[in-house]
Design a protein around this ligand. Structure first.
Ligand code: NAD
Ligand code: DAU
Length: 332
């Protein structure tokens, strides 16, 4: 039984991990979260007070981080600025949280000998052609495209350097696109679901041909727990569930599941530098750690996600206006 510090635990994937760990293990958790626009404390409601605490603070605050890392057995580091479109408007917060924040945590883990697991993304590898038979593996060269993905790549390289130079006990996982309940409405799937629910047509960037490799957030959480408990120190594990779909297919499924005509969407200005395709080969994780995804039917996972947004408008309505105002300013 361990006491785990989860950074960014009031965000989409971090809060899923917190709920998953409290439901399935005897570990206890402290969340350290700055509570930026992307956080929602409603995602952490009803958790057992004897095994859960929330600390509001910034991962770049070295004194706060030092005390918290010293008093925990492990750190699982989710906190980051996470949205590509925002990074194109204003990269600076991405450098602060993703690079300096990770550095601050690594230094504390080094001082206190604390086990460290770093959460990262498949975007560090850049993108693939639509017809490329290869998928990303742990040995694919780094080639990030956006300010967001380049700061995540920088943070991964810091972790690798701190393992090699200072011997910290760290692992890294790089996961593909997550979907599921509690995701901020700025992101693709919840933006389109909540658009349809509010009578607005979904917005597809470019021609909608870009491919993402979708995984349910709970499968990401089970994989991270597996790496935390059984992964080899210094290793990187890619997390994916063979869920490749192009954006047009996803929008059409959302429209169909919400009883709308399949063509009832708008094509809007493309994202600059828009990565074409991501695809993960998760053989290492599956063979070495015996992990497998539980949500293997995307259509079913999407239906339950749509039902969650339909049934819990109080969770997302307060975010929607500000998120759409940012898109309007970007012409999307
Ligand atoms: P999110 O934007 O929903 O949540 C991020 C959380 O981090 C928020 O609660 C925010 O308040 C917190 N945070 C941001 N800066 C902070 C700081 N300086 N100090 C403390 N807290 C801070 O993001 P998400 O989609 O849940 O992603 C979480 C992590 O997973 C990120 O590291 C991201 O790169 C990675 N990831 C995301 C995906 C995906 O599909 N969403 C896929 C692979 C990896
Ligand atoms: O691959 C993992 C990454 O997935 C994570 O590291 C990021 O944190 C996460 O945000 C996500 O990045 P993407 O840029 O792929 O996700 P996003 O939800 O922003 O967009 C998914 C795809 O949908 C992408 O091709 C852009 C497109 N899109 C997005 C929006 C918001 C649209 O076509 N219309 C939209 O309105």
């Amino acid at each position: 039984m361990s006491h785990i510090l989860v950074t960014g635990g009031a965000g989409f994937i971090g809060s899923n991990f917190v709920r998953f760990v409290l439901d399935n293990t005897a570990h206890s958790i402290t969340v350290l979260d700055k509570l930026t626009y992307a956080a929602n404390t409603a995602s952490l409601q009803g958790l057992p007070a004897s095994r859960f605490a929330l600390v509001q603070g910034d991962i770049t605050d070295a004194d706060l981080v030092d005390g918290l890392v010293a008093s925990h057995d492990a750190v699982v580091h989710y906190a980051a600025e996470s949205h590509n479109d925002n990074s194109l408007d204003d990269p600076r917060p991405f450098l602060d949280s993703n690079v300096i924040g990770t550095y601050t945590l690594l230094e504390a883990a080094r001082r206190h000998g604390t086990r460290f697991h770093h959460i990262s993304t498949d975007e560090v590898y850049g993108d693939l052609e639509l017809d490329d038979p290869n998928r990303f593996t742990e040995s694919t060269a780094y080639n990030p495209s956006s300010p967001y993905s380049s700061t995540k790549a920088a943070s991964d390289l810091l972790v690798r350097a701190w393992v090699r130079s200072f011997g910290i006990e760290a692992t890294i996982s790089n996961c593909s696109n997550n979907y599921g309940p509690y995701q901020h409405v700025e992101k693709f799937i919840p933006r389109q679901i909540t658009n349809v629910l509010t009578g607005v047509r979904p917005k597809l960037y470019g021609a909608g041909a870009n491919v993402r490799d979708w995984i349910h957030a709970e499968d990401h959480s089970s994989a991270v727990l597996s790496v935390l408990e059984h992964g080899s120190i210094g290793e990187t594990y890619l997390i994916g569930a063979d869920g490749e779909k192009n954006n047009r297919e996803v929008v059409e499924m959302i429209l169909q599941q919400l009883g709308q005509p399949a063509g009832a969407y708008d094509l809007v200005t493309d994202r600059v530098g828009h990565d074409l395709r991501y695809a993960i080969d998760s053989t290492k994780l599956r063979t070495e750690l015996g992990w497998a995804p539980r949500f293997t039917d995307f259509s079913e996972g999407l239906a339950s996600t749509i039902a969650w947004y339909r049934d819990d408008p109080a969770w997302w309505e307060p975010q929607k206006k500000a998120a759409e105002a940012r898109y309007t300013a970007q012409g999307r």
